[in-house]
Design a protein around this ligand. Structure first.
Ligand code: CA
Length: 709
């Protein structure tokens, strides 16, 4: 009961703030006033004003909890669509929309930014940063963007090609732009910036291809660089950029990681505690993935797969906690960070809650960085447990894939990925979009660094696909104090959406099987759902306008598992097409329903079946090495990018011109001339054709079986 008091007082404050703000029937504020009021004071007090959603996780603590309760467990059955806005995109949408003064700010594929009237969904402005389409090759996990930051009348966005832009919130016109990365390296930005004390914080990604991770702080007014914190050492024969990095150097042994990059990218999560003045960021996996390639002499490889606590004014490291020392499985610690005050062992502790890819749920003292507890929240085979005294995982025997391929759980898709979790101070539970996906790892014994493409030091060709049923997901309600599940809603597929908890005893989540669902936050009982046109990955937000509570969520299928998941994804009957969906009680707008993607070509339209089995096998190996991350394991499309088994005769005729000649570069399909020979492409083409025949054979067998029944 102790926990109730601060929430009740917050809510009273919220009501008071609302009384001073927008009144019923008041017109949408003039665009020039929009978002100007978001300043340091308002960002620090964001939790006191539940009518808005002014920063990525709702507040600096990133709990994604809305104190609004007009929509509640008693009336959520009356929820309906208020309006929808077609983003005009067909790739993944992952953004958290920000909402203030009646305007919604969000981002779509290719880092496009748009502002919408929150009452009607009418577009106020749209800014396209015109990201060159060949940048798509650098993006491990789709051409996505997770949203903007607002501060003193400006909208900040990181673009896929590594720029940070400041836009005028009223007009959408560009105020300044800086390149935050070296364009000659495969850096991308997909994460949302945050603003702390006048500094715009932005990280980057690219560790699958090979980069060195860092976080940058820019002056919000001018765009000048204030500080940069590199997360992994550079060439050890040279001086490092910070004392923290000098301390990290001895934890890297042998190898030439700095030539590939080392990894540790800060590609998503950040949170801020204004009282402690600590900025928390999560760092990514090693680059290359394989630790025997990256650091053959062993070592923890600081600061990979870690939570870092930094001073926002200087970028100085105050403490770190490494979740996966010597990561070798693409176990990022970049998943969503939540700050909360929990009663543990009879005292209130300021903690940081984290459910990273590696499958352990961590409760960390956020003042000291000391581990309080860590337990498995999903099937985990790589480690037996985390030792509470040392804070280190106890690796399981037999997970070293140096000598032979090993199946490991979780997979690089994570027991939990970027889809944000939420925390309800009312129930004390954390709502995690959890998943259970195995993956096989094998060492690439002949690894050589190939700039511009994937450099993991592992051999993907041991993975032949994700058959239906092997990969599942769930909505998991986790008690962080008792470190155990309170309830769980199982899903047939992974890659479901981020969550939102509300004071109406509700948890909202979109699903990969195209639903938007409300559950009772205390029991997990399903209270309401609606079909949606395309799967939802992004987290919903809630706000209030004219005395009415709204929910907004972006719907748009895509991201890593959607692109590569093969049969596991095809079973979802996925649809492409981006929408912003806004719901309210009594809403009765029509849900947009995109058509299914084109199906198989008739047999007669296929090129002749390949006869050379060796050519097909070589094609499969090359396909798995070069193509699966976008076109799916076993060439089974995920509904986002073309399913190559369904390629038209025109595509077959121009296969080499597309793959080597870059004939479809403007559509995001870059040339692979740097990596593949015409003979390689012939083999890949043979494999793709074979897969089209395989699908026809499977359909014929299914038809025969159905007739027998
Ligand atoms: Ca990664």
């Amino acid at each position: 009961m102790k926990r109730r008091l601060p929430i009740a007082s917050l809510f009273l404050l919220a009501v008071a703030c609302h009384g001073l703000g927008m009144h019923r029937g008041e017109e949408t504020p003039a665009p020039r006033d929009v978002a100007r009021s978001v300043d340091d004071a308002r960002l620090r007090a964001a939790g006191a004003d539940p009518t808005t959603w002014i920063t990525h996780g709702g507040t600096y603590a990133e709990q994604r909890f809305s104190p609004l309760d007009q929509i509640n467990a008693g009336n959520v059955s009356q929820l309906g669509l208020a309006w929808s806005y077609a983003t005009g995109t067909a790739r993944g949408l992952e953004a958290t929309p920000l909402v203030v003064d009646g305007v919604i700010y969000a981002t779509g594929s290719w880092s496009v930014v748009f502002a919408l009237d929150a009452r009607t969904g009418n577009e106020l402005w749209r800014y396209d940063p015109e990201v060159p389409r060949e940048t798509g090759r650098k993006a491990c996990c789709d051409v996505v963007n997770r949203g903007v930051a607002l501060y003193e009348g400006r909208v900040y966005v990181g673009t896929l090609d590594g720029r940070l832009l400041a836009l005028d919130a009223a007009s959408g016109k560009k105020v300044w732009e800086v390149q935050t990365t070296d364009p000659s390296r495969p850096y991308t930005i997909t994460g949302a910036p945050r603003v702390v004390k006048g500094k715009v914080l932005i990280g980057n990604g690219g560790a699958e291809l090979g980069v060195r991770g860092y976080l940058s702080a820019y002056d919000a007014k001018t765009g000048s660089l204030i500080w940069r914190f590199y997360t992994v050492p550079g060439d050890p024969s040279q001086p490092q950029e910070s004392p923290a990095l000098e301390r990290a150097v001895p934890t890297w042994k042998g190898g030439e990681w700095w030539k590939v990059g080392g990894g540790g990218t800060v590609w998503d999560s950040m949170a801020y505690d204004p009282d402690l003045d600590l900025l928390y960021v999560g760092t990514g996996n090693g680059s290359p993935w394989s630790r025997v390639v990256r650091s053959p002499g062993g070592g923890d490889n600081l600061y990979l797969s870690s939570i870092l606590a930094l001073r926002p004014d200087s970028g100085d490291l105050v403490w770190y906690y490494q979740e996966t020392p010597g990561d070798t499985w693409d176990f990022t610690a970049t998943q969503h960070i939540v700050l909360a005050d929990l009663a543990i062992g009879g005292q209130t502790r300021k903690v940081l809650l984290h459910a990273p890819k590696n499958g352990f749920f961590y409760v960390i003292d956020r003042e000291s960085g000391k581990l309080l507890s860590a337990e498995k929240f999903a099937p985990v085979t790589w480690a037996r447990r985390v030792d509470r005294k040392t804070g280190r995982p106890v690796e399981a025997p037999g997970v070293d894939y140096r000598k032979r391929p090993v199946v490991v759980k979780p997979s690089p898709y994570g027991a939990h990925n970027w889809q944000p979790m939420s925390y309800s101070p009312q129930t004390g539970l954390v709502y995690i979009p959890a998943q259970d996906i195995p993956s096989a790892f094998a060492l690439d014994k002949h690894f050589r660094y190939r700039p511009g493409t994937w450099n993991t030091g592992t051999d993907f060709s041991v993975i032949h696909g994700f058959p239906r049923g092997i990969a599942t997901g769930s909505l998991l309600a986790w008690d962080p104090v008792k470190q155990r599940a309170r309830w769980r809603v199982p899903y047939t597929a992974p890659w479901n959406g981020g969550t939102l908890a509300t004071a109406g005893n509700l948890v909202f989540q979109g699903t990969s099987d195209r639903r938007f669902v409300a559950y009772a936050a205390d029991s997990g009982k399903k209270l309401w759902q609606t079909p949606v046109g395309t799967a939802i990955l992004a987290p919903p937000v809630s706000y209030e306008l004219d005395g009415q509570q709204y929910l907004t969520v972006l719907a748009g299928w895509g991201g890593a598992f959607a692109l590569s998941g093969g049969d596991a994804v095809a079973a979802l009957d996925p649809r492409a097409g981006g929408q912003v969906l806004t719901f309210k009680l009594g809403g009765n707008a029509e849900m947009p329903m995109p058509p299914p993607p084109p199906g198989p070509q008739p047999l007669a339209a296929l090129p002749p079946a390949p006869k050379d089995r060796k050519l097909v096998a070589r094609g499969e190996a090359l396909f798995t090495q070069n193509c699966v991350v976008c076109h799916g394991y076993a060439a089974v499309g995920g509904g986002v990018l073309p399913d190559l088994r369904h390629a038209t005769p025109e595509v077959h005729q121009s296969f080499e011109a597309i793959v080597l000649g870059g004939a479809r570069q403007s559509q995001g399909m870059p040339s692979f001339a740097q990596f593949l020979t015409p003979e390689d492409v012939e083999a890949i083409h043979a494999f793709v054709i074979q897969r089209a025949y395989d699908e026809h054979a499977a359909m014929a067998a299914a038809e025969k079986k159905a007739k027998r029944r």
